[in-house]
Design a protein around this ligand. Structure first.
Ligand code: CUA
Length: 383
């Protein structure tokens, strides 16, 4: 077949396949851009086995091509070529070579497994986070720090993150590709994963186990802070746990606002609506009343970068849309709409609640670290 005919026949299919693959080497969730020790070990193993496979492919295809050319039928040939059955030399070669290949793949693989997969006993310098997967969001609890939050996980650069993985319902899988491979969250099974990061930044994560409904929207972020930023983040939570603040009513903490919510009256209205509309029946806010640990904790929500399990950036417009019509943002999720569709106050009230939520996380922080939430929001590496 001539090249032109070949291209005409197979060119379009090849083009479509390349388009469908749509692959990039440097995407924000690319395992080919490792940003931590575990991801690096795993990528090194992948590259090693890739080149080994290339070698095997070259040898096999080379032997095939040589045979095709050297032993092709010639016009002078008569009848069948010499037929034989069984050859100890050939059998030995194609038994021994694969065994050797398996060994030279198995040794570094087992070494990588032991380096990355073992259950670790957390040290004082580690950051321990108990992760619980829910349809379709993530609960992050810091048992040593007394912090409960959702969908955005912080740890300081230089510390090892140890995550204990559990599920409240079905199987989920914790995967922050640039930091390390995925691990499942299985009810009643104590799975664990540890990760480190090379530099501060935001690393995108995703549920990697089909968990029905809004699985595709079950995202999270691992935010690696400088130690100073992490301490400020922790302090912004721990201040809220002081007994006098726990007893204080919500509006008292909302007098200082983040820049997204400059309207004090709107925030005050939002904090009232948060109670009246029943948000408080599910969502805890430290220092406030109500809430249920089986739903996302909204303490310091103004410090979050995203809405709806990392589906949207955390702006007042996106948050308002999420509050007044969650299904339009994340189809299938379990958050109810608290307004009938033609309620004329729907948009305004949703915006007030959004303003209130965005104001959380500023008053509690010490004055010199009040800008913690926005100081390190650049993505790590390529985006
Ligand atoms: Cu959780 Cu998919």
């Amino acid at each position: 077949m001539s090249l032109v005919r070949w291209l005409r026949r197979f060119g379009p299919a090849a083009g479509v396949i390349l388009l469908l693959a749509g692959c990039a080497f440097d995407g924000p969730r690319s395992t080919l851009q490792p940003a931590g020790e575990v991801a690096q070990i795993q990528l090194d193993l992948l590259i090693y086995t890739f080149w080994l496979s290339v070698g095997v492919m070259v040898l096999v295809i080379g032997a095939l091509v040589v045979s095709l050319i050297k032993f092709r039928a010639r016009p002078t040939d008569k009848g069948l070529p010499n037929q034989f059955h069984g050859s100890v030399a050939v059998e030995a070669i194609w038994t021994i070579i694969p065994v050797v290949i398996v060994i030279i793949i198995a040794v570094p693989t087992v070494r990588a497994i032991f380096a990355t997969e073992a259950h670790v006993e957390p040290m004082d310098t580690d950051t321990v986070v108990n992760v619980t997967g829910y349809q379709w969001w993530w609960k992050f609890e810091y048992p040593d720090l007394g912090i409960t939050t959702a969908n955005e996980l912080h740890f300081p650069l230089g510390s090892r993150l140890v995550v204990n993985l559990d599920s409240a319902d079905v199987l989920h899988s914790f995967w922050a590709p640039r930091l390390g491979g995925k691990r499942d969250l299985i009810p009643n099974q104590a799975n664990q994963l540890w990760l480190t990061a090379n530099e501060p930044g935001i690393y995108l994560g995703h549920c990697a186990e089909l968990c029905l409904g809004a699985h595709a929207y079950m995202r999270f972020r691992v935010i690696v802070d400088t130690p100073e930023d992490f301490d400020a983040w922790v302090a912004s939570f721990q201040q809220l746990q002081a007994p006098e603040l726990m007893a204080a009513d919500a509006p008292s903490r909302n007098e200082v606002l983040v820049q997204d919510a400059p309207d004090t009256a709107l925030v005050a209205q939002g904090s009232q609506l948060f109670l009246q509309k029943g948000c408080v029946g599910c969502h805890s806010i430290a220092g406030n009343i109500g809430g249920n640990p089986e739903y996302p904790d909204l303490t310091n929500f103004g410090l979050r970068t995203t809405v709806g399990a990392a589906v949207l950036e955390n702006t007042i417009e996106n948050l308002t849309q999420w509050i007044i019509d969650p299904q339009s943002v994340k189809p299938g999720n379990y958050m109810p709409t608290m307004w009938v569709a033609d309620d004329p106050e729907r948009e305004n009230e949703g915006r007030a609640i959004a303003a209130y939520l965005l104001s959380l996380g500023v008053t509690g922080a010490p004055a010199d670290t009040a800008d913690t939430g926005s100081s390190n929001l650049a993505f790590g590496g390529n985006n």
